[in-house]
Design a protein around this ligand. Structure first.
Ligand code: ZN
Length: 460
């Protein structure tokens, strides 16, 4: 099968852009890439799809997602983090049934596919969301995922003892046992599309001893670990007061460093912390919208990249972003670094696109398989229609994509050679049913949780 007549932004080692380019796909992988004329000569009998001058990029990798939060999008806008968690997010999440977990995962994956995400890391699946149901949604939707399951042993949040909402509290033995059981059952399913990781809670929800046990098990089983770290300034103070360590020093002492570890947020990191991340090859998932909306701060991404830290891009969840559109996230990531450093050269469009593609692939340990358009890699790519008012003229496709486009400009998504989105419609999921069910379940959930009106203006 040949996809021809597109502008290919390959993100390959030479960062080539091919005008009137084409991709040949065989057995789910890219078997050739070049100009349309070259590939037509090479494969005269292939089945052809005309991309009509559209822009093609490697599938986007969303390195930080909370699937269960899609259904509580907008539940806690303009609130302090403690109220955000304690009065809204945990109260709602603590009332989820397994069917709610599955319905929210469907909604979230539907949104991600339509906006060009082909792989993602879910960072914290609670037991009550139903791991099996969510794994099945991943497999049937066609997307790639690392699903990290929550591990925890205390219900402390920062310095607040036993403060976590009861429906969100799980115990050490159950969370450890279930994570290993889900790894045995699902890791590698769907021809390797699904991975199972550890998703321990933040320091405060997990003892140092349990972190060490998790990292040891992860090494034995070659599992990934993702953990929120240094999201807000109070996290840094908490680690200093409790352990006498900076965030990266704490991570190193707990074994939470290295190429298998994806740290989330890393906002409150200083030069010494960044040095530790760089030396150990630890990945960072940057979530600019969430960090802005919750007023957490702006992570020193420019400094991380110049120190050689691999940074990937994430959207975080429905109450903190409030979308899962990684295209819009790219724009904000770049703009925030420029505003923070007073340097318009900070985080150029190309660097952001790298974070959202090959950087995410590295963070998932999949850099040899996804993240760029190269021969031998999975045929995971996204087609954008940039012949629209807000993207015309498209003088440089990378700039247009990062600074002007949105996820709604995606027309086609291919994952492992399978067309998952065509003409903007997801072929593997029932869009109407999913939207209707998510709306209905969301209403019931809010009612069970006792949360009614969340807006500030009166509604008559
Ligand atoms: Zn998060």
């Amino acid at each position: 099968m040949i996809f021809e007549h597109g502008t290919l932004i390959t993100v390959d080692a030479r960062r080539q852009i091919i005008r009137d380019g084409a991709l040949a796909v065989e057995g789910g992988r890219i078997s050739a890439i070049g100009t349309s004329a070259e590939l037509l000569a090479q494969y005269p009998a292939a089945r052809r799809t005309n991309l009509q001058g559209r822009v093609v990029i490697p599938g986007l990798v969303n390195a930080h997602v909370h699937l269960a939060q899609a259904m509580i999008r907008g539940c806690a806008d303009d609130m302090e983090l403690i109220d955000w968690l304690g009065k809204r997010v945990w109260v709602l999440q603590g009332n989820y049934t397994e069917d709610d977990g599955r319905a929210s995962a469907e909604l979230c994956i539907l949104e991600m596919l339509k906006s060009g995400t082909t792989a993602f890391v879910e960072s914290m699946l609670a037991g009550r969301y139903g791991f099996d149901g969510i794994a099945e949604v991943v497999l049937s939707s066609g997307i790639r995922a690392a699903l990290a399951k929550i591990v925890m042993d205390t219900s402390t949040y920062a310095t607040r003892d036993n403060w976590m909402y009861p429906g969100m509290v799980e115990d050490r033995d159950t969370t450890l046992r279930d994570t290993l059981a889900m790894h045995d059952k699902w890791d590698g399913a769907g021809d390797g599309r699904l991975k199972v990781w550890f998703g321990p809670r933040t320091p405060g929800g997990v003892s140092l001893e349990l972190y060490r046990q998790i990292t040891e098990l992860a090494r034995q089983r070659q599992m990934g670990i993702t953990v929120h770290l240094a999201e807000v300034q109070a996290d840094r103070t908490f680690l200093k007061d409790k352990y006498g360590l900076s965030p990266a020093e704490f991570a190193e002492s707990a074994g939470l460093v290295g190429p298998q570890v994806l740290l989330v947020h890393a906002v409150w990191m200083d030069a010494q912390d960044i040095g530790i991340l760089s030396r150990t090859g630890t990945h960072v998932a940057h979530n600019p919208a969430s960090n802005s909306k919750l007023a957490s701060g702006i992570a020193p991404i420019a400094e991380m990249l110049s120190s050689g830290v691999n940074v990937a891009l994430g959207t975080d969840g429905g109450p903190s972003n409030n979308t899962y559109d990684l295209v819009r996230e790219m724009r904000l990531a770049s703009y925030l670094q420029k505003a923070r450093t007073l340097d318009p050269l900070a985080l150029p469009a190309e660097a952001v696109l790298e974070m959202a593609t090959i950087g995410g692939a590295r963070a998932m340990g999949l850099q040899d398989h996804i993240g760029s358009l190269e021969v031998g890699k999975h045929a995971d790519f996204v087609v954008f229609d940039l012949d629209r008012p807000h993207t015309t003229p498209c003088t440089d496709p990378v700039s247009t994509l990062v600074y002007a486009a949105a996820g709604s400009d995606v027309t086609m998504v291919v994952i492992g050679g399978r067309v998952v989105v065509r003409d903007g419609r997801v072929l593997t999921m029932d869009e109407d049913r999913i939207l209707q069910e998510a709306g209905e379940r969301s209403r019931q959930l809010w009612e069970r949780a006792g949360i009614t009106h969340v807006g500030r203006w009166p509604v008559r």
